[in-house]
Write a protein that binds this ligand. Structure first.
Ligand SMILES: [Cu+2]
Length: 153
């Protein structure tokens, strides 16, 4: 499992430069590489991932998450305990000045709860992110294959 996760991180780094996802901007922040994993149609929960770059000189943080396709959305983190990975609610996710917040499978992610019909490959949905300083931005999220480790082009 550990090797698999490491491989995923490496591919993500290689793909980041070439993927075609459209960035969303708010204030000094750029949200990009927003994607989610497809689920079975009856799934009640799904995970989304994205990257936030902070080009400003002040730290910022995510204060709320909302998606019309889900009853509610929250930030989650994943911990590895032996061979078992467990998820729990993450504290407010922050983006340091000049820094990046990266979400990826096996790490920090956005948990979409109470889905109304699962997530389908090729589907696109909107996620609203409220940042403490920069304000609110709507981000299009593209749904990739179930179990995908990186956003698809
Ligand atoms: Cu989760």
């Amino acid at each position: 499992m550990k090797h698999l996760l490491t491989a995923g991180v490496v591919s993500l780094a290689t793909l980041t430069a070439s993927a075609q996802a459209e960035p969303s901007r708010v204030g000094d922040l750029v949200v990009e590489q927003a994607w989610a994993r497809a689920t079975i149609p009856s799934a009640k929960a799904g995970a989304a991932y994205l990257t936030v770059r902070n080009g400003g000189s002040q730290p910022d943080r995510i204060v709320s998450l909302e998606a019309p396709i889900a009853g509610h959305a929250m930030a989650h983190e994943t911990r590895q305990e032996g061979d078992v990975s467990r998820m729990s609610e993450a504290g407010p996710l922050s983006v340091p000045p000049g820094g990046t917040l990266t979400m990826k499978p096996g790490g920090t992610h956005i948990m979409l709860m109470d889905l109304k019909g699962g997530l389908k490959v090729g589907q696109e949905f909107l996620l609203t992110i409220a940042f403490q300083n920069a304000g609110t931005v709507e981000v299009p999220v593209k749904v990739g294959r179930p179990g995908a480790m990186v956003p698809e082009e």
